[in-house]
Design a protein around this ligand. Structure first.
Ligand code: ADP
Ligand code: MG
Length: 682
C-alpha cells in the first residue's frame, strides 16, 4: 500500500512532465490527488434507446457497430472516421475526428455504450465524437456520474480522473477524524465512504452527501484547531504586570484618547494583570486610532521589563509607526528600533544583536521580525498590525520567540460576525467604534468620464490650497486585454498634459521596497502634490495633509478595499473628499459603488461586500490570514459552519485530549491546515 504523502510520480503514466502539470494544481502527493475534489458532476447514468435521444441533450445509449469504421484523410492533420451503429429502435451515424482510438477499438458486430449528443436535423441526425466503452470495461466515462475536476493546461478531465482513481486504488483515503458520535448526530458519512463517493458517486445525492461531509470536516478541523490554541494559551502562565500606571504616557500624548480607545486599553490592562498571556484582537475602522492603543500596550510592557515586537505588513507602514512611536516613547525613556527586509545585512545584524542583548524595548518591523535570526532578550508582547495579512501560523511563529508573550493583533477590516468567529475564534476582541473627535466624514462621489475636467479642476483646487491628493489606479502597467487605468501611464499623462506645474509622484507594488518607502515618505513630507498609486497605499499610511482620494476605475476594486483606500484621507482637520470614477455601466455595479458613497460604516460595507463577492474575494488571495477551504464556501455553508463549530467545541471539551485514532488524526490535520494557511507577505 502506498502512503498519502508519496509523490504522484509513483503512479503509472505520471512522469516528470505530467507531474509538473499536476504541480500547477498544487498536486504533489497521492493525498493531494485524493483531496482534489470535483467542482461538479455530469450525470451519465441515463441509458436511452436511440429513438429517445434528443438533439443537444447528451445521454448514454447501447448500440451495436453495424460496419467497419471507414477513415478518410481530408487534409493534413484531419482524419475523419465514419461508422454506423444501431439498437432495436434506430440506426445512427457517428463521426469521429482524428480519433485513432475509435478506429482501432470499434469492431463490427460488437456492442458498446456510447455517450454523446445528437446534432443535425430531421433530414438526418448524427453524432460527433461520442465517448464509448465496451460492455465489459468498468464504467468510467459512460454509465456513471462523471466528476468534473478543476483543470490546468495540458491536463484533461479524463487524465485527472484517471490519476485520482489510481491514487484511490493504491492508498488508503485520509483517516477518519470525526468521532462517530458527531457523525451520527449530524447524519454525515464516514471518511472512507465520503472520499469514495466524492470521486465515484453512484448518484448525485450521494455526491452531495459526500460534499456535505467534507465541508463539515474542513470547518471542524479549523474550529477545533482554534479551540485547541485558545485552550492551550489559557493554561499558560505569565508573570502578571504590576505597574499599569499610564499617567506619564497620557501626559505625553498630543490628544485625549477617545472613549473607545480608553476601553480597549483598559481591557488590555486586565489581560496584562491576569497572569495568562493576552490574546486580543483590536478591531477598529481606519483612522480610529489603533496605533495609540498599541503604543500604550508597548509602553506598559517596557515598564514591566519586557521587550515588545510590533509587526506591520509593509515597510512603509513599519517606518511610519517607528517614526511616530519613537517620537512618543523616547521622552518616556523607551528606546525603539526599526527592522525591515530592505535594510543592509550589516544594519540588520546590528539591530538583531541589540535586540538580543536587550538594548531596545520596542522593535518595529516587517516580516523580518519573523526570521529565525531575529532573537530577543526578553520578548513579552507581540503586536501585529492589520492582522488579516498575517496567518495564524505566523502569529504563532512570532509568539514562539518569546516565553508565551502577550499577543495583540489589530485589524482595520471590519469583519462580519460569522467570519470573525472563524478567523479569530482563538482571540478575545476589543472594538474601537468611535473616531477621534472633529473628524469630518469623507464626502464621496461616484462620477463617469464626462466629469474628467471637473475632477482635474478639483485636484488643482486642493493643491492650490496646499493640500495633497492620492490618485489610485487598478493596475501598474497598461494591458491590452484590460481597459483599466495603469498607474505608470496615468502618472505620465497627468504630469505631461494636465498638471505640468504640479509635483506628481508615483508608487506601485512593482517598485523596490526602498523606492516605495522613499516615495511614500517624500509624499508624507509634502514633497509632492499628487501621488499616483496602486493599492500599495491601502494599508495604514498616514498623510494628514492629503484631502482628496481619486480612485480610477473604482469598479475594479472590492467595496472593503475602496473603504480602506478612502480611509487614507480625512486624517487631518480639513474636509476631505473621495471621488470614484467608473466607465462601467452595469446597474448592479453602480448601485454597489453608490452605496459606498452613502455610508462610512465599515461593518455595513463589509457585510455588503461579503454578500456580493463571497469571502474568498473578500479577503483577497494576498490576505491569506484566511485559511483556504477546499470544498467549503463560507457564504453558502454557514449552517454547516455553525454545526461544525458547536460540534468541535463539545468535542474539545469531552474528548480533546483522548488518544482515539480520530483524535490523533485530527491533531495531525490541524497541524497541516494551520501551516497551509500561513500568510504570504509582500
Ligand atoms: P488606525 O486605527 O487606522 O491605525 P491611526 O492609529 O493611524 O488609526 O490614527 C489615525 C490618526 O488619528 C493619527 O494621525 C493619530 O495620531 C490620530 N489620533 C489617534 N487617536 C486620536 C485621538 N484620540 N484624538 C485625536 N487624534 C487621534
Ligand atoms: Mg493603523
Amino acid at each position: 500500500m502506498a502512503k498519502l504523502t508519496d509523490p504522484i510520480t509513483l503512479l503509472k503514466g505520471i512522469g516528470p512532465t505530467k507531474a509538473k502539470q499536476f504541480a500547477a494544481l498544487n498536486i504533489f502527493t497521492l493525498g493531494d490527488l485524493i483531496c482534489h475534489f470535483p467542482r461538479g458532476y455530469e450525470d451519465r447514468t441515463r441509458i436511452l434507446p436511440i429513438h429517445k435521444l434528443e438533439p443537444g441533450v447528451p445521454a448514454c445509449f447501447r448500440a451495436m457497430v453495424m460496419n467497419t469504421p471507414r477513415t478518410a484523410h481530408i487534409r493534413k492533420g484531419l482524419d475523419l472516421t465514419r461508422v454506423q451503429v444501431a439498437d432495436h429502435t434506430a440506426r445512427l451515424n457517428l463521426t469521429f475526428f482524428n480519433n485513432k482510438f475509435a478506429v482501432e477499438q470499434l469492431q463490427y458486430g460488437k456492442e458498446y455504450i456510447f455517450y454523446g449528443k445528437l446534432d443535425g436535423d430531421f433530414s438526418g441526425y448524427q453524432m460527433t465524437n461520442p465517448v464509448f466503452e465496451s460492455l465489459e470495461s468498468p464504467p468510467v466515462s459512460t454509465r456513471c456520474i462523471l466528476p468534473i475536476y478543476p483543470l490546468t493546461a495540458g491536463l484533461s478531465n479524463a487524465a485527472v480522473g484517471k490519476a485520482v482513481r489510481q491514487a484511490m486504488a493504491v492508498c488508503d483515503t485520509p483517516a477518519e477524524i470525526l468521532p462517530e458520535a458527531v457523525r451520527r448526530e449530524y447524519g454525515i458519512l464516514d471518511a472512507d465512504r465520503a472520499y469514495q463517493a466524492i470521486h465515484e458517486p453512484t448518484s448525485l445525492a450521494e455526491a452531495e452527501a459526500a460534499k456535505k461531509r467534507l465541508i463539515f470536516e474542513e470547518f471542524f478541523v479549523f474550529s477545533a484547531g482554534l479551540s485547541i490554541m485558545r485552550a492551550a494559551r489559557a493554561e499558560k502562565q505569565t508573570q502578571p504586570y504590576t505597574d499599569l500606571d499610564l499617567t506619564p504616557f497620557y501626559e505625553k500624548l498630543p490628544f485625549r484618547l477617545t472613549g473607545a480607545q480608553a476601553r480597549a486599553i483598559a481591557e488590555i490592562c486586565q489581560d496584562f494583570a491576569s497572569g495568562a498571556p493576552m490574546n486580543r484582537l483590536v478591531q477598529g475602522d481606519v483612522g480610529s486610532g489603533k496605533t495609540m492603543v498599541a503604543a500604550a500596550a508597548a509602553y506598559l510592557a517596557a515598564k514591566n521589563g519586557h521587550q515588545a515586537a510590533f509587526m506591520a505588513p509593509t515597510e512603509i507602514l513599519a517606518e511610519q509607526h517607528h517614526h511616530s512611536l519613537q517620537k512618543l516613547l523616547a521622552p518616556l525613556g523607551i528606546q525603539t528600533v526599526l527592522l525591515t527586509g530592505s535594510m543592509t545585512p550589516k544594519q540588520k545584524r546590528e539591530v538583531r544583536e541589540q535586540l538580543l542583548n536587550g538594548q531596545y524595548a520596542l522593535a518595529i518591523g516587517t516580516h523580518a521580525l519573523l526570521s529565525d535570526t531575529t532573537q530577543f532578550a526578553n520578548l513579552g508582547l507581540v503586536i501585529a498590525d492589520e492582522q488579516h495579512r498575517f496567518g495564524v501560523g505566523q502569529r504563532a511563529k512570532l509568539s514562539a520567540k518569546g516565553n508565551d508573550p502577550h499577543l495583540l493583533v489589530m485589524s482595520a477590516t471590519p469583519i462580519p460576525r460569522t467570519l470573525a468567529l472563524l478567523m479569530y475564534g482563538d482571540l478575545e476582541v476589543s472594538i474601537i467604534d468611535e473616531l477621534p473627535p472633529g473628524r469630518k466624514s469623507v464626502e464621496s462621489f461616484l462620477v463617469g468620464e464626462s466629469y474628467r475636467a471637473r475632477i482635474n479642476a478639483f485636484i488643482r483646487k486642493q493643491a492650490q490650497e496646499g493640500h495633497q491628493c492620492f490618485v489610485v489606479c487598478p493596475a501598474v502597467e497598461e494591458n491590452e486585454d484590460l481597459p483599466i487605468k495603469a498607474a505608470t501611464v496615468w502618472a505620465e499623462t497627468l504630469q505631461k498634459t494636465v498638471f505640468p506645474d504640479l509635483r506628481i509622484m508615483l508608487i506601485h507594488g512593482q517598485m523596490k521596497g526602498s523606492e516605495k518607502d522613499a516615495a511614500m515618505a517624500a509624499f508624507a513630507r509634502g514633497e509632492a502634490d499628487i501621488l499616483v498609486a496602486t493599492t500599495v497605499i491601502e494599508v495604514g499610511v498616514d498623510v494628514p495633509n492629503a484631502t482628496l482620494m481619486v480612485i480610477e476605475d473604482a469598479d475594479r476594486f472590492g467595496l472593503s478595499q475602496l473603504h480602506q483606500l478612502r480611509g487614507r484621507v480625512g486624517r487631518g482637520d480639513a474636509q476631505s473628499y473621495c471621488i470614484l470614477t467608473t466607465r462601467n455601466r452595469n446597474p448592479d455595479t453602480l448601485d454597489r459603488l453608490k452605496a459606498l458613497c452613502k455610508t462610512t460604516d465599515g461593518f455595513r460595507i463589509a457585510e455588503e461586500d461579503l454578500k456580493m463577492r463571497g469571502p474568498g474575494d473578500f479577503f483577497g488571495s494576498r490576505q491569506s490570514g484566511m485559511p483556504t477551504f477546499r470544498v467549503a464556501s463560507l457564504s453558502m455553508d454557514l449552517q454547516t459552519l455553525k454545526d461544525a463549530q458547536a460540534a468541535s467545541a463539545r468535542w474539545i471539551d469531552t474528548e480533546g485530549t483522548s488518544n482515539t485514532p480520530e483524535a490523533i488524526a485530527l491533531q495531525e490535520r490541524i497541524g497541516v491546515l494551520f501551516q497551509r494557511s500561513e500568510g504570504t507577505m509582500n
